[in-house]
Ligand binder design. Structure first.
Ligand code: GUN
Ligand code: ZN
Length: 435
């Protein structure tokens, strides 16, 4: 006999349309009493409980959250798992922060036991944050990716990740030339890409840490391995951009460095893209790149204010990234609170529907996974989060007085964190429940 299906009942939010394209105010659909039916890892039914329940057999086990809020699981489109232990490091901007804190921390991953321990801690923390998919940087060490993939496979999480490629401008122990990094990446692709829910992301760290030769080798590798992703950093700070101009004097722009190497295209996710020109905006759209907005990181390092609305209006696929450890935590709700503040500093308003889009469907689109994750609908993979608007007495005070469902969602983003995550489901199974 097949395993009984699992139902998730309670208030839910879905999208009527892209809140960056159409009217944000009408983009959300609120279901006061929804039923999500999950079988074989997928959503097999979704609708109003009264209408949906009779369509499913009696063996359905139902988890009822009458005071919760059911959403698609969050997508963290840019995060460094090895940097978990150095989040909150004082006083530097990007390039000095990398030298002073990041590289010494990543060097510790030469020890496979350390990598395994941090990988476990990291994925468990993602689930506590309601995050069900992430696009993850490992370190230069091949086994750092093995450690993350092995644990993600054990949990049944849809994770994309890759070992970092870099061959200059970092300590020697963290460098690997293309003659070493490319075969190591190919071995990891062969071992992990497409296995269960896992995906490989070819990971040249960023242009300043990669020779032209290394970037081109990475681009060829991407071409040879269809379906894999690419992740890298783009236009994060002014000093970094000036350095790229010095290192690649022939390139028309920072994006052009990646484009020339064959690293800009559908399935490439550029972290940050804070300081972009009109030319970059159209370049990102034309190439089909995704972008990860990392507001916590951009505020913490003082990198700049991401133009979320201009980016989305230009037709670029934008997701949300915690960018731990430059970002200060894995909580998607807190990162969305930061995204709101960044928009305010630009004189804009990030509507809660737009914020939710960034953290779910937007991230899925950036990673070209929108046919599988990021939405509550039949046929989608059953990755979900249940939020708790009354997680703390003070949050309850605010959300009980909410004007409407969008305002309740906004309060969760402005004030919430891991405490407001009641349960996380992976492929139709309960993977985390807050005690
Ligand atoms: N640019 C190159 N490497 C990094 C990194 O590890 N973090 C951030 N925020 N930016 C980078
Ligand atoms: Zn980053």
């Amino acid at each position: 006999t097949p395993a009984p299906g699992l139902g998730l009942r309670g208030p839910a939010l879905t999208f009527r349309h892209d809140p960056f394209r159409g009217e944000a105010d009408t983009a959300l659909v609120h279901w006061p009493d929804a039923l999500v039916v999950m079988r074989g890892g997928k959503i097999t039914g979704f609708g109003d409980h009264a209408a949906e329940r009779p369509r499913h057999p009696d063996d359905l086990v139902v988890h009822h959250h009458p005071d919760g809020l059911i959403l698609p699981g969050f997508v963290d489109a840019h995060v460094h798992y090895p940097q978990l232990e150095m989040a909150g490091s004082f006083g530097e901007t990007l390039l000095d922060w990398l030298r002073r804190y990041t590289f010494p921390t990543e060097a510790r991953f030469a020890d496979p036991a350390h990598a395994a321990r941090v990988a476990k801690t990291f994925l468990a923390a993602l689930l506590r944050a309601g995050t069900t998919t992430a696009l993850v940087y490992c370190t230069v060490h091949e086994h750092s990716a093995d450690a993350l993939f092995a644990e993600a496979e054990r949990l049944g999480m849809r994770i994309a990740a890759g070992k970092v490629l870099m061959d200059r401008n970092a300590p020697a122990e963290l460098l690997d030339g293309p003659d070493h990094g490319i075969p190591a990446t190919q071995r990891l692709i062969d071992r992990w890409h497409g296995r269960g829910r896992l995906l490989y992301a070819i990971t040249p760290r960023f242009a300043p840490a990669c020779s032209d030769e290394a970037l081109c080798a990475a681009g060829r590798l991407w071409c040879d391995n269809p379906g894999t992703l690419v992740q890298t950093h783009l236009c994060e700070t002014e000093a970094e951009i000036a350095w790229v101009r010095e290192l690649f004097p022939a390139a028309a722009s920072y994006l052009d460095v990646y484009r020339a190497a064959g690293l800009a295209g559908p399935g490439a996710v550029m972290g940050h893209a804070v300081h972009v020109t009109e030319g970059d905006l159209s370049g990102l759209r034309e190439t089909g790149c995704g972008v990860a907005h990392c507001p916590s990181s951009n505020l913490f390092l003082g990198s700049g204010l991401f133009p979320a609305h201009a980016m989305a209006a230009a037709g670029v696929r934008v997701g949300l990234g915690s960018d731990v450890g430059a970002g200060t935590g894995l909580s998607t709700l807190r990162t969305l609170g930061d995204a709101y503040k960044v928009a305010r500093l630009r004189g804009a308003r990030l509507h809660p529907a737009q914020a939710l889009w960034l953290a779910t469907r937007g991230g899925a689109e950036a990673m070209r996974l929108e046919d599988r994750i990021g939405t509550l609908a039949p046929g989608m993979e059953a990755d979900l989060v249940v939020l708790d608007p009354a997680a703390t007495p003070e949050l309850a005070l605010r959300t009980e007085g909410a004007r409407d469902p969008a305002d309740r969602l906004f309060a969760l983003m402005a004030l919430g964190d891991e405490r407001a995550v009641r349960a996380t489901y992976l492929a139709g199974r309960l993977a985390y429940e807050r005690k």
